[in-house]
Design a protein around this ligand. Structure first.
Ligand code: BV8
Ligand code: ZN
Length: 247
């Protein structure tokens, strides 16, 4: 494994642009349950059943109880070495000291937990929104709320229901986020795909996009999911261990 890490390390060091895509696996070692792993269930519901406009329409209180449970859990955890390693990688690649030409680092996450920002990453593309944002279903006002709500489902001053500021299944992503993410993937010299089962679209296509545009794609996962046609290499193991070693 050592020479694989050395090889990837050299590529990242040399690359004019590095793109990293993360999923729930990067927060696993912080204690945040992943979606499809063992701890992904809540009251025997799966994420796909609750993270939908239909579920919210049918039972906003139940959906909010799930989000309130996740917000409380996430508020109590810390970023782990994987988050900190990515924040440091960004600093090193983008620091004016270390380069003749301007190097690019782009961090794209599917996670809504905000742990990358907490760990010091500066410009994070949150493809699926943020669990700390809420949006009014009536007047559309969006705000960041970190405190627990005293009543669920929370209601806006205008009287309409507030919803979590995340992208649900069946909802389209912000077109600017999609074009920024795919644009970055196409320009990547090296792309790291970290801690994602690569099931959820369109995020799951970013690796293939980068590969077809000539990037060297490396998957970091305890169970690699991307596979041969997309990943040039796989570093198998926990992100919290491998990313600091890569750094
Ligand atoms: C869209 C926010 C359409 C909410 C999320 C069939 C029917 C219905 C829909 C579809 C369908 N086929 C495709 C679709 C589209 C659908 C989709 O992809 N469904 C999947 C289930 C097949 N996609 C959508 O609906 C998207 N919208 O396509 O719009 C459209 C188009 C035009 C016009 C109108 C509409 C929206 C998708 C966004 C959904 N929202 N999150 C919330 O969080 O509450 S997705 C949710 O899953 C999270 O964001 C999560 O990040 C994401 C992906 O999961 P992963 O991050 O990969 O996590 P997972 O648990 O799966 O895997 C963890 C991985 O980590 C594993 O590989 C594991 O091995 C690894 N790991 C674990 N520990 C570690 C580790 N790795 C390293 N170190 C460790 N320690
Ligand atoms: Zn309102």
């Amino acid at each position: 494994m050592n020479d694989e890490i050395e090889h990837v390390r050299a590529l990242v060091k040399e690359a004019a642009s590095v793109v990293v895509l993360t999923g729930a696996g990067v927060s696993a070692e912080s204690g945040v349950p992943t979606f499809r792993g063992a701890g992904g269930l809540w009251r025997n519901f799966r994420a796909e059943e609750l993270a939908t406009p239909e579920a919210f329409e049918k039972d906003p209180k139940l959906v909010w109880e799930w989000y309130a449970w996740r917000r409380e859990l996430i508020a109590a955890v810390e970023p782990n070495p994987a988050h900190y390693a990515l924040a440091e990688m960004e600093k090193r690649i983008q620091s004016p000291r270390s380069q003749k030409s301007q190097k690019k680092f782009t961090l794209i996450t599917q996670n809504v937990d905000g742990l990358h920002t907490l760990a010091g990453s500066s410009n994070v593309i949150e493809m699926h929104g943020s669990i700390w944002k809420v949006r009014c279903t009536g007047c559309g006002i969006e705000s960041v709320e970190r405190e627990a709500f005293d009543t669920l489902p929370p209601v806006c001053a205008c009287g309409a229901l507030l919803r979590p500021g995340v992208v649900w299944f069946g909802e389209s992503l912000d077109p600017d986020v999609v074009s920024a993410s795919f644009g970055a993937a196409r320009e990547a010299i090296v792309m790291l795909v970290v801690g994602t089962s690569s099931v959820v679209q369109p995020a799951a296509s970013l690796g293939a996009e980068a590969r077809s545009a000539g990037a060297y794609v490396v998957e970091v996962n305890i169970e690699p999911a991307l596979g041969g046609p997309v990943a040039n290499a796989a570093l198998t193991g926990p992100a919290g261990e491998l990313l600091p070693r890569l750094l």
